[in-house]
Design a binder for this molecule. Structure first.
Ligand code: DX5
Ligand code: ZN
Length: 219
């Protein structure tokens, strides 16, 4: 079974004054996903946005909401994010003491589950959970800020993860890369085995339609 390549544009890099318009441009470019970065000022130094924003954009688009929680003890908020319109909830393995509990809770809310790892967290940490999740998010920068440069060793982790998942028969698991992805390096990520591509600055800086067309030309 083969999995499809998906762009998941991160609205962290959007111009919030024109957010509705810019999300419409993403949709018009033919995309299906939107990446939504929630930062709590604890798990990561920065604070981004939360439920009210998701709730209001949910009313205007049917895009698939890929909600990346950079939040300490994310289990405190799963119900709220599910209610606000998340379709997929990605939580960090480093942020909770109860990974199995998190997976079960998200599933019980009828949402897809993503498990995320920071650059210094080895792939071995996610092994016990691979059969239970829909997606593994491999951070390719330190989480917390958009516009950083990709850390090359993270691409090796993607490669390792795809080999392991193929070996155990999880040929349709999604592997997502997030951080520092550009039109010039996206092919490295997909060649390594990533199929869900997050890009913030490289999509929202300049002409969104044109940027997405360039990305899709490489997928
Ligand atoms: C970083 C976020 C990313 C960020 C990516 O902590 O998780 O999703 O928006 O932004 P770029 O593509 O600009 O690196
Ligand atoms: Zn993200």
């Amino acid at each position: 079974m083969s999995i499809k390549n998906i762009m998941s544009p991160s609205i962290l890099a959007a111009d919030f004054w024109r957010l509705g318009e810019q999300i419409a441009e993403v949709k018009k470019a033919g995309e299906e996903w939107l990446h939504i970065d929630v930062m709590d000022g604890m798990f990561v130094p920065s604070i981004s946005f939360g439920m009210p924003l998701i709730e209001s954009i949910r009313k205007q688009t049917d895009l698939f909401f890929d909600v990346h929680l950079m939040v300490q003890e994310p289990e405190r908020y799963f119900e709220e994010f599910a209610r606000c319109g998340a379709d997929l909830i990605d939580f960090h393995i480093e942020a909770t003491e109860d990974v199995d509990g998190c997976i079960e809770k998200i599933k019980s809310l009828g949402k897809k589950v993503g498990i995320a790892i920071k650059p210094d967290t080895p792939v071995s940490e996610v092994m016990p959970y691979l059969k239970k999740v829909d997606l593994v998010l491999v951070m390719t920068v330190e989480p917390g800020f958009g516009g950083q440069k990709l850390i090359p060793k993270c691409i090796d982790k993607v490669r390792e993860l795809r080999i392991v998942t193929d070996r155990i028969g999880l040929t349709d698991i999604n592997i997502e890369v997030d951080g520092g992805i550009t039109v010039d390096n996206v092919k490295e990520a997909t060649d390594a085995g990533a199929n869900v591509i997050v890009a913030g600055s490289a999509v929202f800086r300049g002409d969104i339609g044109e940027n997405l067309k360039n990305f899709n030309g490489k997928l």
